[in-house]
Design a binder for this molecule. Sequence first.
Ligand code: NAP
Length: 256
Amino acid sequence: MTHTAHAQRVAIVTGAARGIGAAVAKRLARDGLAVGVVDLNEAECAGTVKAITSNGGTAAAVAADVADETAVTAAVAQIASELGSPTVLVNNAGIGGPDVGVAEMTTQQWDAVTGVSLRGAFFLTRAVSPHMVAAGWGRIINMSSISALGDSGRADYASAKAGLIGFTKTLALQLGRQGVTANAIAPGFIVSDMTRTSARRRGRAFEEHQRLAAQAIPVGRVGQPEDIAHTASFLASPGAGFLSGQVIYVAGGPVD
Ligand code: NAP
């Protein structure tokens, strides 16, 4: 491909087959970016890619387990060659395990949950940031959670999401002079398969789970993936260049 063919800005969104990641990928494509849609399984990315391309956008499906360093290196190289040098990175992939006390948590669960959110964000950022530095411009967006402030039964998830905040602030310090900003989004309750699974684990119907959650949210409703996509779009925009190292809580109210 020629340099002109690569003039469009390129974003990578992980965990973009569904949920928040899919909404972010579609929104960034609508904003004019070409999007590398990364998820565990390439076929699962097809829905997001189709939604983007049928709207006139550009996207490529790339399979990678973000916790696998070799797969991440290959995925970033593939996106760079298919779409161009990535300068927007949304580290969105994340999983939760069953709620258990710390004494009952298995090493395997701890490693799996922290591996996707934290190691995954590290691997992607390490592979993508040189592209941003070379371009003299970049936007890193890490998907944290209000669970970073403590979440009973989820020591693994809370630690991974809090770790992402330290990671974000450090990236902002390290890369600011190269034109790269780094921010974290900390969503509250968002309707997705992740919250559907939480409802199931608590033995509640999803409607009831949402109703109970909405009661505790000041704006009186639960969040939708598009609420997060809107924030990601803003953070990725050229006008957000003086905003870095911040955690934006998108939770329908203040959190403590
Ligand atoms: P989701 O519906 O479960 O989607 C997560 C996506 O990530 C899935 O497509 C999943 O693929 C993919 N994924 C999982 N492990 C991966 C890996 N190792 N490598 C690549 N992709 C992987 O979750 P969501 O609710 O959209 O959550 C997105 C992010 O927001 C997560 O980081 C989550 O912690 C965070 N968050 C969510 C909420 C909420 O209320 N939903 C609140 C706060 C923060 P498979 O389908 O193949 O597993």
